[in-house]
Design a protein around this ligand. Structure first.
Ligand SMILES: Cc1ncc(COP(=O)(O)O)c(C=O)c1O
Length: 382
């Protein structure tokens, strides 16, 4: 979709990357590490100073104590952390249960491991995870529950009752819980991010995946981490050894600087993202989309039924050509693309200027909505 945005001169609200740089202290630390640092293979599990910083951060924010020596591994982004965890712990025919809609890397990783993705369909616009739905998805073959909070694409932040339901289900069936928390710092309206590993009884069965990507606006750095019980983290590290072997050293040093930033950095980021969310939600609503304000993360999953949309992929293409705004068709996040055929995902991790331009362009859409419905206006994307 980023290529489509470039081709059509659109504002790119598709892919989830910020259009600003990481904070200055991280850039300075990265430059210094490149000029004066060590350029050879870092340890497989990551630089000890970054593992200590991740451990301190988890203790401070989530009350989770992890030993940086044995219970943290640094990975090439959350993507490698999730994939290595799934490859390490899911065997041929094992089922992995996760809510739907989902981040599209999950079924791919489960399938690569020879596992079977089993989803818990959630109903929009609230996308609440309930215990009955979870229980219905679990079978004797289930090995793992995979969660993402704050969520891409729904913007949901799991609540304590939802996490308690996960904890009961996981304990009843002795399941591993893998949690993708890459948006952990991006929670809005005074909400708190609750880490499933901190729920009583969950620590011994939970692997938590984090990343510098979203917290420090550095999606291209690919520095992430996995924490949890030593035995599970050891299994992840053994697979990581044969994927990337090690994660880029100078950038690990820079992420230490990031995790040591004052609390005001994280609060300011949250505030700025909350404002951007509100700007985009107001614009989408005025343009005729039905929108539930995201509780966290980077994205709004907007319902375009009111605009006559029944094929989001077709509409996204039309929107790029005629509205000059790029969004991702909702079908991407469902097992059957038809389930998301009325949905589009818009990213708000963009500058105010980009969002204002997008909103101004979207404001004209109601007037040309009839044109979308007319087949003559369709055609190939330039
Ligand atoms: C839910 C979720 N998990 C993981 C990732 C990837 O993180 P990383 O860039 O650290 O691999 C993304 C990126 O968009 C994401 O949205």
């Amino acid at each position: 979709m980023s290529a489509l945005a470039r081709r059509t001169g659109s504002v790119n609200l598709g892919q989830g990357f910020p259009d600003w740089n990481p904070p200055e202290p991280l850039l300075a630390a990265a430059s210094h590490a490149i000029s004066h640092g060590d350029h050879q293979y870092p340890p497989v599990r990551g630089l000890p100073e970054l593992r200590r910083a991740v451990s301190a951060d988890l203790a401070l924010r989530c009350g989770i104590e992890v030993d940086p020596e044995t219970e943290v591994v640094i990975t090439a982004g959350a993507t490698e952390g999730l994939t290595a965890a799934i490859l390490a712990l899911v065997g041929e025919g094992d089922e992995v249960v996760f809510p739907e809609p989902f981040y599209d890397a999950y079924p791919a990783a489960v399938t690569m491991a020879g596992g079977v993705p089993v989803t818990v369909p959630l109903t929009g616009p609230d996308y609440v995870l309930d215990e009955a739905g979870l229980a219905a998805a679990v079978s004797p073959r289930t090995r793992m529950i995979l969660l993402n909070t704050p969520n891409n694409p729904t913007g949901r932040v799991l609540t304590r009752p939802e996490l308690d339901a996960v904890a009961r289900t996981a304990a009843a069936h002795d399941l591993i819980v893998l949690v993708d928390e890459v948006y952990e710092h991006l929670v809005y309206d005074g909400r708190e991010h609750l880490s499933p590993a901190a729920v009583p009884g969950m620590r011994s069965r939970t692997l938590t995946v984090g990343s510098a990507a979203k917290t420090f606006s550095a999606t291209g750095w690919k520095v992430g981490w996995v924490s949890g019980p030593a035995e599970l983290v050891g299994a992840v590290a053994r697979v990581k050894q044969y994927l990337s072997f090690a994660t880029q050293g100078p950038l690990q040093t820079a992420v230490v600087a990031g995790l040591n930033l004052p609390a005001s950095y994280f609060a300011d980021l949250r505030g700025a993202m909350e404002r951007r969310r509100d700007l985009l939600c107001a614009g989408l609503t005025a343009a005729g989309f039905a929108v539930t304000r995201p509780e966290g993360g980077y994205f709004v999953l907007a319902d375009a039924s009111g605009l006559g949309v029944t094929d989001a992929a077709d509409y996204a293409d039309w929107l790029a050509r005629h509205g000059k705004v790029v969004a991702i068709p909702g079908g991407t996040y469902f097992t059957d693309a038809r389930s998301g055929a009325h949905l589009l995902r818009f990213a708000f991790c963009k500058t105010d200027e980009a969002l204002r331009t997008a909103v101004a362009r979207l404001s004209g859409l109601r007037d040309i909505a009839d044109a979308y419905r007319a087949p003559a206006s369709r055609g190939r994307t330039p």
